[in-house]
Write a protein that binds this ligand. Structure first.
Ligand code: SF4
Length: 495
């Protein structure tokens, strides 16, 4: 059965020669680096849960290529039910890890490439789709982790790719060879790239005629020559280098361990190239990817919020405020915000529709609405958590003060609230809340899967305002009413 164990995932990474810079230094092995290890731990959970019988239904699927049971993270969505199960999987993983588990970007990139290669072949008689299916079969068989790489640096935002002063601001093909292409450029904000087996590169935006060199989709092994990862910093990340209670989410970290990926003239053989110059299909690829990924946030952030609500509710017990009606109401509001976005994600999946290739797309306006709500609700849920937990989140002494006999007694004495709880619990849960509601988490909720305005533009395009005007005119004037209704329409009365 093609399902890796967590141990096999970790060992497979260890066997790779990933060129990664963390804290400005080239690291020997990403697996053993304390700033990367929590993110690897998180992904390992995605592998672990797929082996548990109680989670098999949401964590695995039957491959439409091989008929074998595969990880849902390598599956092509075959039905609205598949889309719903994906959201359920994300909620579950969010509840188990409290953070971003990274593999969804690769999953949605796989699905976008599957769908668009079919459409290119249909329109142009190329053979990208069969080529991609062979690649996909290997991904499923080996249960690989893929990083989807979309976001180009973009340089001057008012200029198109070909008009940039530096032509490398968007990933581009610098050489077409008989056996493949050579790509140059970088992708930013790459979730999980540093601990992935493969990087699936997609265009970051729609392209115009004349921008063929920038129209490229391809798969690159994460340790291919010329691929370089530069790991990003996070708020409070140096705490991962410490021991004790200040780390926050010690086993799973904060968001996805994002990195910049540089492609320093990377050769990609033809069998790994899935779009090469077809500018008219780039926008569809971006749209498909973004729409699937925006729906995801109602699942993963819902699971993360479940853990945060739990930590906050526990804090109210530690403080002795849990019976207060206002406190209960604020917890209810946190639940309400969480379930609202989850419901939209489930709804957009249940209303999924069939694409020309036979796979299924979520309902676009609901998916964009999910992500738009996430850009607000995650902040609001964090605000309510801060409100209930109290100002000590920002002022409590570090864990080393508990180790110093000169002061530890005072810290214990004056930070103990309800005598039913040890002071360490107050600090552990306080640090978790602080860590999971601080800058990096919030910014990720704002900009992940596209910045808020991108969703609003998409929503305007999908809202069909003209149709809504026609609805209003019909309700007010009743032009299509059949005779016999007890109340005449205004037009009928006017006449
Ligand atoms: Fe998956 Fe959510 Fe992380 Fe995106 S932010 S990769 S949807 S867990």
């Amino acid at each position: 059965m093609p399902l890796k164990t967590p141990g096999q995932y970790v060992e497979s990474l260890r066997a790779m020669k990933i060129r990664a810079y963390v804290g400005g230094e080239l690291v020997e092995s990403v697996v053993d680096h304390p700033l990367v290890a929590p993110h690897i731990n998180t992904v390992a959970k995605t592998y672990e849960l797929a082996h548990l019988p109680e989670h098999q239904d949401v964590m695995t699927a039957i491959s439409h290529l091989s008929g074998e049971r595969i990880h849902r993270y390598t599956h092509i969505f075959q039905s609205p039910e598949d889309l719903v199960k994906k959201i359920q999987m994300l909620r579950l993983l969010g509840q188990v890890t409290g953070t971003c588990f990274q593999r969804c970007v690769g999953l949605d990139a796989l699905n976008a490439t599957y769908a668009v290669t079919f459409e290119i072949d249909r329109d142009k008689g190329t053979d990208y789709h069969e080529r991609f299916k062979k690649y996909l079969a290997r991904v499923q068989e080996e249960d690989l982790m893929l990083a989807g790489a979309m976001t180009d640096p973009k340089g001057h935002r008012a200029k198109k790719p070909g008009d940039q002063a530096d032509p490398d601001q968007y990933v581009r093909v610098v050489e077409q060879r008989p056996d493949g292409v050579v790509i140059r450029g970088a992708k930013l904000h790459n979730t999980g790239g540093i601990n992935s087996h493969e990087v699936l590169v997609l265009p970051g935006t729609g392209m115009q005629p004349g921008e063929e060199a920038y129209a490229i989709a391809c798969a690159v092994p994460a340790d291919a020559p010329g691929v370089i990862f530069v790991f990003g910093r996070q708020s409070n990340d140096s705490r991962k280098l410490e021991k004790g209670c200040d780390i926050g989410n010690p086993r799973f970290g904060v968001v996805g361990g994002e990195a910049m990926i540089v492609f320093d003239d990377v050769f990609v053989p033809t069998e790994r190239v899935f779009l090469n110059g077809e500018v008219e299909h780039c926008a569809t690829m971006v749209n498909y990817f973004a729409t699937w990924h925006r729906a995801n946030y109602g699942g993963c952030k819902g699971g993360n919020a479940d853990v945060l609500i739990g930590a906050t509710a526990k804090m109210t017990r530690i403080l002795g405020t849990e019976r207060n009606a206002i406190v209960k109401d604020k917890l209810i509001e946190m639940v309400h915000l969480t379930e609202t976005t989850y419901a939209s994600a489930i709804g957009s999946s249940a209303l999924g529709y069939k694409l020309p290739c036979g796979s299924f797309m979520v309902d676009p306006i609901l998916a964009n609405t999910v992500k738009q709500n996430i850009t607000r609700n995650v902040y609001e849920i964090g605000r309510l958590s801060h409100d209930l937990a109290g100002g000590f989140l920002a002022t409590m002494p570090g864990s080393e003060s508990l180790d110093n006999p000169d002061i530890s007694e005072w810290v214990r004495k004056y930070y103990t609230a309800s005598p039913d709880y040890d002071v360490n619990e107050r600090i552990d849960f306080g640090r978790y809340i602080e860590n999971m509601t601080s800058v990096t988490t919030l910014v990720e909720a704002m900009h992940g899967a596209g910045s808020p305005q991108a969703q609003r533009i998409a929503m305007l395009g999908q809202a069909n305002i003209d149709k809504k005007i026609a609805m209003a005119e019909e309700v007010i004037y009743g032009t299509s009413d059949v005779p016999g209704l007890p109340l005449p329409t205004r037009r009928q009365t006017d006449n």
